[in-house]
Design a protein around this ligand. Structure first.
Ligand SMILES: [Zn+2]
Length: 262
């Protein structure tokens, strides 16, 4: 299984390199999941921003990621970027800020589900999985509701020499919120994106009052509206900088993405 997903990941990498070398890029980003860099590069500490938020926004109005020097968790919703810092504060970053890793889409809800709940994270995932059973195509997921409880984490800005992501994540600050209205923003990606992105669900939270958010660890939510946008294309843009070029991106021990991103 591991061998299989690794091989597919390398095929995707080769396709992305071909695109960067001059083959035609998609004419429209409608329905295209666009990402910059790869999760394996982030795991290896390639944290220098390689794309501005202004550039990233040309490829989507909805998504998640991080910022230059791993300075917080990104939430992009309704075309507006938010940064949840390592101290838990939330700000709207300038568009000349850069990102080392982000995944976005021009979100259009193809399916909408409404349910009372309360649901925990596994319930919510099960609900979406029941509605969209195939795991083989990417799905953007937007959930609004009343969160009885949500536990998130963020990451503090890093300094060089950058530590590996597993070492950062081992000391990540976490935050808890109760009885707050908010939105979950993220993706359910196929298992074969291993090495390129995060397989399965990857959700970030943003409180409606913009006073909290982060990478979701646990939750209990009720009065939910789930919107999903299914896609049949993933475009991987690769940084042409020295840090990405020099990183050792050979597949590593299994489990690091799970330890860092779930
Ligand atoms: Zn995250």
């Amino acid at each position: 299984m591991r061998r299989y997903s690794t091989r597919v990941g390398l095929v995707m990498f080769a396709v992305a390199v071909a695109v960067a070398a001059g083959c035609a890029a998609p004419k429209t980003d409608r329905g295209v999941v666009y990402q910059t860099s790869t999760i394996s590069a982030l795991l290896e500490g390639v944290y220098d921003g390689s794309l501005t938020l202004a550039e990233l926004r040309k490829h989507g109005d909805f998504g998640i990621g991080t910022f230059d020097a791993l300075d917080g968790e990104m939430v992009l919703v309704d075309g507006r970027f938010w940064r949840v810092r390592g101290d838990g504060s939330v700000e709207s970053p300038p568009l000349d800020e850069t990102t080392p890793f982000a995944t976005v889409i021009s979100f259009e809800a193809a399916h909408t589900l409404r349910a009372d709940g309360p649901f925990n994270l596994a319930d919510l995932e099960h609900l979406i999985d029941s509605a969209i059973p195939t795991r083989n195509l990417p799905l953007a997921v937007r959930v609004t509701g009343t969160f009885r409880y949500v536990k998130t984490r963020s990451v503090p800005r890093q300094t060089k020499p950058y530590p590996r992501l597993v070492d950062v994540a081992a000391k990540q600050p976490t935050f808890e919120f109760r009885q707050v209205r908010g939105t979950l923003v993220g993706f359910r990606l196929p298992p074969y994106v291993q090495e390129i992105n995060v397989p399965g669900y990857h959700l970030h939270f943003l409180a409606d009052d913009r006073k909290g958010g982060g990478h979701v660890l646990e939750l209990s939510v009720e009065d939910v509206v789930i919107e999903v946008d299914d896609s049949s294309a993933i475009y991987v843009a690769l940084p042409a900088d020295e840090a990405f070029g020099a990183a050792d991106l050979a597949p590593k021990a299994a489990g690091e993405v799970e330890r860092v991103e779930t």
